[in-house]
Design a binder for this molecule. Structure first.
Ligand SMILES: [Fe+2]
Length: 380
C-alpha cells in the first residue's frame, strides 16, 4: 500500500497533528480495496481554533493520503477533533451507531466511500480474533450439515450442548410472554407509542410510535442500503428497556445475555438487511413479524468468503452473495451455503464464528437478537 505521509505533520508536533497522523497510519495499515475502486474523500477535522484536513484517495494501485484540502472529492466527512480521538483510541470497541459519533459527524457525497474508509479504521479485540481463528481452523462435525436442525422447545442444557458442538439450529415453540401472532405494527404502536427508540443526537430522536408511522409510509423502491444510513430500519439499535419483558426469551436469565438489539422496519427483498458477517458470541435471532432468509456458512468456509482484515465487534466479508462477482471473488464459487427461512415465532441460534447474511422476505419485519455472554456455556 502506498502512502504519501501528510505533509508538514512531523514538523509540527501539535496535538491535533498527532491525532491526524494516527488516523492516517491506522488507515494505511487497515485499508483493503479488493474491488480496485477509485475514489476520493476529504476529512475535515475541527478543533477549538481551526479546521484541519486529510485528503484520502485510492485506486487499484494503492492509497494516497495528504494534509491538503483537495476540492471536489467524491465524499466529505466533517467531525470535531474529539470524535477523531475517540476513533483512534477506541478502535477495538468502536460502534459508529453510537450517538456521540454518528450525531457529531456530517457526511456528504458518496456514503459508500465513507463506509469503506470507516471500516479500515476499526481493529479486532484479541479475544474476538482468537475466537474466529479457533472456529475457522478446527474441524467440527457440525460444519458438514446440509440442513438446519429444528428443536421443539428444548431445555437450557440441550441448547448449550448444541451450541457447544458448533451446530446452528432453529427453536420452535419457545416460551414467550406474548405469543408472536399477537404482534403487529398497530399493537406495537399502541403498547409502546412514547417509548424512545433511537437517539442519534440531541435533535434526532424517535419514539416507537413515530418510527411505526414512518415504516407505514416507506416506499419499497430503494435499491441500495448503506449500513448506518437506512431510512426505515432500526439496524439493530438497542431494544428499549420497556420492551424487554415482552421480547426477551424465557430461557436462562437476562444477565446471561448481552443487551438485546431490535430489527424493526421495512427492507427491500433484494438487498441484505445484514450483509455477510460473523459474530464472536453465540447469537439468538427471534423472529416476530415477517419471514427472513438467512444464508449461513460454517466457520471453516472463511477461506472462500473474503473476511475483512479490519473489524471490531463483528467481522464483515467483502464478498456479497446477492451480487455474485466471481471475477473479483473467485474462491466464493467453492463456498457451501446453508440456507434457512426463519418463520415468525422461530428463534435461530448460531454458534460464534458462523457467517451469515440476512434478507427480509416480507414487510414489515420485526426481530430481536441477543448474544449469550462468554461465561455461559458448557464444554462438549
Ligand atoms: Fe450477526
Amino acid at each position: 500500500m502506498m502512502m504519501n505521509k501528510p505533509a508538514s505533520l512531523s514538523a509540527k508536533p501539535h496535538y491535533t497533528h498527532v491525532v491526524i497522523q494516527q488516523l492516517a497510519e491506522q488507515l494505511e495499515a487497515g485499508f483493503e480495496n479488493p474491488e480496485r475502486l477509485t475514489a476520493s474523500c476529504l476529512l475535515r477535522l475541527q478543533d477549538a481554533q481551526e479546521v484541519h484536513f486529510l485528503t484520502i484517495e485510492y485506486d487499484a494501485q494503492g492509497l494516497y493520503l495528504s494534509a491538503d484540502e483537495k476540492p471536489d472529492t467524491d465524499a466529505v466527512i466533517e467531525m470535531p477533533l474529539e470524535v477523531a480521538c475517540k476513533i483512534v483510541r477506541d478502535s477495538t470497541h468502536l460502534d459508529y451507531r453510537d450517538p456521540d459519533i454518528i450525531g457529531a459527524m456530517k457526511m456528504m457525497g458518496n456514503l459508500n466511500i465513507v463506509n469503506h474508509i470507516a471500516k479500515a479504521l476499526v481493529r479486532p479485540p484479541e479475544i474476538t480474533a482468537a475466537t474466529f481463528e479457533d472456529a475457522s481452523n478446527k474441524f467440527r462435525k457440525a460444519y458438514e450439515v446440509t440442513q438446519i436442525l429444528y428443536l421443539d422447545n428444548p431445555d437450557e442444557m440441550k441448547i448449550l450442548r448444541t451450541i457447544s458442538a458448533k451446530q446452528p439450529f432453529i427453536i420452535r415453540n419457545a416460551p414467550t410472554k406474548t405469543h408472536h401472532t399477537q404482534w403487529n405494527l398497530a399493537k406495537l404502536k399502541r403498547d409502546y407509542k412514547d417509548v424512545m427508540l433511537r437517539v442519534r443526537s440531541a435533535t434526532e430522536r424517535e419514539t416507537v410510535g413515530e418510527f411505526v408511522d414512518r415504516i407505514s409510509q416507506v416506499e419499497q423502491c430503494a435499491t441500495t442500503i448503506i449500513e448506518g444510513h437506512t431510512k426505515a430500519y432500526t439496524e439493530g439499535c438497542q431494544l428499549p428497556e420497556a420492551m424487554q419483558g415482552a421480547f426477551l426469551p424465557q430461557y436462562f436469565s437476562s444477565i446471561d445475555f448481552t443487551p438485546a438489539q431490535i430489527w424493526l422496519g421495512s427492507v427491500p427483498v433484494n438487498v441484505p438487511a445484514s450483509s455477510l458477517h460473523r459474530d464472536p458470541l453465540d447469537g439468538f435471532l427471534y423472529q416476530i413479524l415477517g419471514r427472513k432468509k438467512v444464508l449461513m456458512f460454517a466457520p471453516d468456509q472463511a477461506k472462500y468468503l473474503y473476511p475483512m482484515k479490519t473489524y471490531n465487534n463483528y467481522q464483515p466479508c467483502w464478498v456479497k452473495p446477492e451480487e455474485l462477482d466471481l471475477d473479483t471473488y473467485p474462491l466464493f464459487a467453492k463456498a457451501r451455503p446453508l440456507e434457512v427461512i426463519l418463520e415468525p415465532g422461530e428463534i435461530l441460534v448460531q454458534p460464534a464464528g458462523w457467517f451469515h447474511a440476512v434478507y427480509c422476505l416480507d414487510s414489515p419485519t420485526f426481530s430481536v437478537s441477543y448474544f449469550l455472554n462468554r461465561a455461559v456455556g458448557v464444554e462438549y
